[in-house]
Design a protein around this ligand. Structure first.
Ligand code: C2E
Ligand code: MG
Ligand code: MG
Length: 753
């Protein structure tokens, strides 16, 4: 997974968590709203119920008082009322003493009357015209035969806000008077002041039809002095309007208001009497305090849990981010140099290439990094890698990037396709690293080499790099298709060489060597041919250099020695006189001290005379370790083998070599014969003459290679070469063909002789 993907996932997870949180909040909010509304409604219901209860109690009380009055009215003897006023007066005084009214009065239909105030023994003469209008109106109603309750008025005798119950008094179904009883609102106060309203949380008042407080409970919610519910600014204009309408229409009503920052609500219920109302108010959470508390607790608990959850989420998110960052670091960065790794590099390259199609990928490698590790230890190696990462980072321009792959390889994405400029930039880096390391801490020259694929990929850059892996003289190579083909072939060869050896795909070919004096067959050179299972033939110049590189030559050369011995044995067994055969031997063999012994064992296994085997070594081999080579030649001689120096004259110190190495034969490189004629040719001719004569004096046989024409043959014969080899005589042919072509004749020749 790449970093972008991880980040996207992180954002997705966060978004889901936040969405869950918001959803949860919304759900809880919804539930709370629902519970609150339900509680509110329950509160209203409760309030309405209790107010109605009070209403009925108040009405009952009034009813009771009215009944008392009605019973009193019934009790008066009509005769007493009409016949003797005195008796009536007495009766009223007496009756009033035994009843709860503040006054008791009797009015005759003509409007005059008598009144006894509570606690007095006297009567007051009354006239309806002189009475308070509210009182007079109720009396008149009673004189009309109705039971009435007056509106509030202030009495002249009993100076207190009061009202009257008035009942008609009948005689023979005719109203002969009205009996009235005065009562103050204290009657209700006991009821209205009851603390039991809404569990003690409610405040109940009695209102007049205009909203004025008739009885204002001592326990008030609003402490200010108020005459009507419209005083002050507690109710909103809207609510006030609604209340006025309700009062006018004698309807019940719920309303809300705010007092001292607290939400409150009220309920008005008409008493159905004189336009009076019961008005109940309490705090919103007054009566349903328990609900409120529970809700508050639930909300607080939820908030706490939510906060905890958020804290946990934040902690988890932080940890997740930290781990992700660590994982990303591990997944995308090299722990040694801190540079990007290839995974990161590749994904960034894709993005870069989308924006900028003109680019190149280069790979840098350190020659013999293994030695650096061996010489300076792993820490020294790491330090070098860090230094290289720093230098590479410095040479990059703009959005160019680099990464470190395994061991000592660095890949670069360069915003450049001009091969000259790339060569210049990489060359500068390689030179500066070489220079700094040769004089700084390492005092060991670090040489880098680079493979570049212009608009290619890492694999192609690597192909280019591999093409110069062993070429110390070349430090930068560019990828091309040919290179790739060669590498593919090389890989194919390397992957199949072992099985090819086991399957005997390497076949022995022989090329004849002739005596230049009479052209007679004097020997042969063994040359390998690789016959692939598909029937194709592969020549040694294709695979021998590669086997030299990978060391497989050691195995192949000894295998060829064995095939040569096998052939010699076959000739001997067939009664054919064997001829000496030269076998090409890789320089790698000479590095092994056991080589002469190993060789001896092979040859002896076939019981072949050792002097029939000539070992051809390349002149170039001799230049590497002279001392060891001398010893090996000595050891080979001691075992009876002959040694020949192949491609003689191609090296720079051929004569020195001739003087020191005790070889039995030198093979002049065919370049001597086939170089262009001219002044250089004449000079070479002189040298050649000297070399041949020097060799002869040292008792070293001289073989000329590459004789293609009769003239070639004559030239080398004139020089004094003993033996000749080349297409003029024969091409390399299979051992079977060679036996058929050359060896049968030889037997015959010998027989003739
Ligand atoms: P070399 O040992 O110098 O072998 C002579 C090469 O010259 C052979 O090429 C041969 O075919 C070629 N040649 C012979 N006469 C003429 C001629 O008149 N004109 C021309 N143009 N070429 C001629 P080949 O067989 O392809 O071998 C090439 C090289 O491969 C050999 O050079 C030798 O160094 C190496 N080689 C061949 N077989 C083996 C082997 O078994 N082991 C090792 N280590 N190297 C081998
Ligand atoms: Mg040879
Ligand atoms: Mg040769």
């Amino acid at each position: 997974m790449d970093e972008g993907k991880m980040k996207r996932q992180m954002i997705r997870v966060t978004a889901i968590l936040v969405a869950c949180g918001v959803l949860l909040c919304a759900i809880v909010f919804g539930i709370m709203q629902y519970v609150l509304r339900t509680a509110h409604e329950a509160d209203h219901e409760q309030m309405q119920l209790e107010v109605q209860e009070y209403k009925s109690r108040i009405l009952k009380q009034m009813d009771k008082n009215l009944q008392i009055l009605t019973t009193l009215a019934e009790a008066y003897k009509v005769s007493e009322i009409t016949q003797t006023e005195e008796k009536l007066e007495e009766s009223i005084i007496e009756t009033n003493k035994a009843n709860p009214f503040i006054s008791l009065a009797f009015f005759w239909p003509d409007g005059h009357g008598i009144l006894n105030a509570l606690g007095e023994d006297t009567l007051h003469a009354m006239s309806l015209d002189a009475c308070d209008e509210n009182a007079a109106q109720a009396v008149r109603q009673a004189l009309q035969g109705e039971v009435a309750v007056s509106r509030m008025f202030r009495g002249s005798i009993y100076d207190e806000s009061q009202f009257l119950y008035v009942v008609p008094v009948y005689q023979n179904d005719e109203v002969v008077g009205a009996l009235s009883a005065g009562d103050t609102l204290e009657v209700f106060e006991d009821i209205v002041n009851g603390n039991a309203v809404l569990g003690g949380e409610g405040y109940l008042h009695l209102l007049g039809s205009d909203g004025a407080f008739l009885v204002r409970s001592e326990r008030t919610l609003i402490k200010d002095e108020m005459q009507t519910i419209f005083d002050g600014a507690y109710l909103s204009e809207e609510t006030k309007q609604a209340a006025r309408t309700a009062l006018a229409q004698q309807q019940s009503m719920f309303g809300d208001f705010t007092y001292q920052g607290e939400s409150c609500h009220f309920y008005m219920e008409p008493l159905g009497l004189n336009g009076w109302y019961l008005f109940c108010a309490n705090r919103l959470w007054g009566s349903s305090m328990s609900y409120g508390r529970i809700l508050v607790i639930v909300a607080a608990a939820f908030l706490f849990l939510l906060l905890m959850m958020l804290a946990l989420m934040a902690a988890a998110y932080y940890k997740f981010r930290k781990n992700t960052a660590m994982l990303l670091q591990l997944a995308y960065f090299d722990p040694v140099t801190g540079a990007k790794n290839t995974a990161r590099f590749d994904s960034e390259c894709i993005e870069l290439q989308k924006k900028e199609p003109a680019y190149s990928i280069a790979v840098l490698d350190v020659h013999n990094f293994k030695w650096v590790n061996d010489l300076f230890g792993p820490t020294g190696g790491d330090n070098l890698l860090r230094y290289l990462a720093l230098q590479i980072g410095k040479m990059l321009h703009g959005d160019e990037i680099f990464c470190r792959d395994a061991a000592d390889q660095f890949y670069l994405w360069l915003h450049e396709t001009d091969m000259g400029k790339i060569r210049e930039r990489l060359g500068k880096l390689i030179d500066s690293v070489r220079e700094v390391t040769s004089r700084a801490t390492y005092s060991y020259e670090i040489t880098l080499y680079a493979g570049v694929a212009v608009q290619g990929d890492r694999d192609k850059a690597l192909v280019a790099l591999q093409s110069i892996r062993n070429k110390q003289y070349q430090s930068i190579a560019f990828y091309d298709a040919e290179l790739h083909k060669a590498l593919r072939e090389r890989n194919q060869i390397e992957s199949s060489m072992q099985s090819a050896l086991q399957n005997r795909e390497f076949r022995l070919f022989l090329q004849s060597k002739h005596d230049l004096r009479n052209d007679r067959l004097a020997g042969a050179e063994a040359l390998v041919r690789w016959y692939r299972p598909d029937g194709s033939c592969c020549y040694p110049n294709v695979f021998i250099p590669l086997f030299e590189e990978n060391g497989f030559c050691v195995k192949l050369d000894l295998y060829m020695v064995e095939r040569v011995c096998e052939q010699l044995r076959a000739w001997i067994d067939a009664g054919i006189e064997p001829i000496p055969i030269s076998v090409n031997q890789s320089k790698l063999l000479f590095a092994d001290r056991n080589y002469p012994t190993n060789l001896e064992q092979i040859v002896d296994r076939y019981q072949v005379p050792r002097e029939l085997i000539t070992l051809e070594i390349l002149e170039g081999v001799a230049m590497e370790d002279f001392g060891l080579l001398e010893e090996q030649i000595e050891a080979l001689h001691a075992r009876g083998f002959r040694v020949s120096m192949d491609d003689f004259g191609t090296g720079y110190s051929s004569l020195t070599m001739l003087s020191r190495l005790r070889v039995d034969e030198v093979k002049l490189d065919r370049g001597f014969l086939h170089s262009a004629p001219g002044e250089e040719e004449a000079r070479r001719q002189i040298i050649l003459e000297q070399v041949v004569s020097a060799a002869h004096r040292l008792k070293i046989a001289v073989v000329a290679e590459g004789i293609e024409t009769e003239q070639d043959r004559d030239t080398v014969a004139a020089l004094g070469c003993e033996l000749g080899q080349g297409y003029f005589y024969d091409r390399p042919i299979s051992a079977e063909n060679f036996t058929a072509c050359h060896m049968q004749n030889k037997t015959k020749e010998e027989k003739e002789e």
